[in-house]
Design a protein around this ligand. Sequence first.
Ligand code: NCD
Ligand code: ZN
Length: 359
Amino acid sequence: MTRFVLPGLVDIHVHLRQPGGGHKEDVLSGTTAALAGGMTLVLDMPNTQPPTITPDALERKRRLFEASAVCDYGFFAGYMGGALEPLLAMAPQTVGLKLYLDETFGDMTLDRGRSLEQVFEAWPGPGPIAVHGEAPTVERVLALGQRYEQALHVCHVPHPDVLLAIDRARQAGALVTCEVTPHHLFLSTDDLATLGPFGIMKPALLAPDLVQRFWERLDLVDAIASDHAPHTVAEKEWQRNGIAQPPPGVPGLETTLPLMLRAVDEGRLTQERLVKLLHDNPLRIYGLAPDPSTLVAVELGEAYRLPFGGYHTRCGWSPFVDKWALGQVVEVTLHGQVVWREGRRLAAAGSGREVQRAA
Ligand code: NCD
Ligand code: ZN
């Protein structure tokens, strides 16, 4: 059995649901799922209840993490419209600003009356502006990032042609980075017949030929991020008037690494590139310091098919059911302490730390 050690991996797009959605996931269950998946640092999105759009809301969320997190974490500031002062006050305590420019789960889409220009002009950093948007929106926003000299991060790239637009913007001098999700790399519209509501997320799954193009353009991608977005089985199966209206989003903290290790085994990328996508670049994008005493030990073994259930995430299911995967996380060391061994959490609730910016 091949055993090897990776640096602690970083998932820059997770929804841990607290406050307000603890029945889907809470800080303890979500950060435990992170360790189970080899992730030692997660960046939490602001579409909680209440949303993370004021210093008070941020402080309330921070207290929940301080009490319960078992891996490291950082927070995004959100902005929906209105006065800019709360946003400016939160900025230095966050890893970046998250803007929802198209519809998704929750109610955080930026007020249409609000000028995006003013937000781009006002954001003081030091983190980038991370955007959720469909392809036409992202292409429009690329120009704004350049005009206001803001570092822009494109979340869950919605279409492989957006990678070409990002590449053109970079050639023209824009500071732009991007992430692609495992569900856009390992699932397609072909899976919708079996997944039903469990395959619904924003941006939506793409046709198999477009998925193939993501793989062909992987050189243009900076990071893989799960967009871990748990909803309960009951919520996903919710029916109204005979029309299923499931909340969009799928969990992913525990499946990214085994799916990607299988892709390495198949020769779709190298292990060095995997570490760039899941460690080096995520830290670089958000200006965060690496920690050489944070490590993940993996045992490879035989390839296996992922199950639907049996995960640590509170929602308890995965959309990657029956997809091929490789490797098990056998031990996780966080800042020199063994926090996970052979499927068991050793870390005490609250032992995770808030991220530090690189010097
Ligand atoms: C996410 C969620 O459920 O919070 N849903 C999704 O479909 N991706 C929100 C998001 O990241 O857009
Ligand atoms: Zn999103």
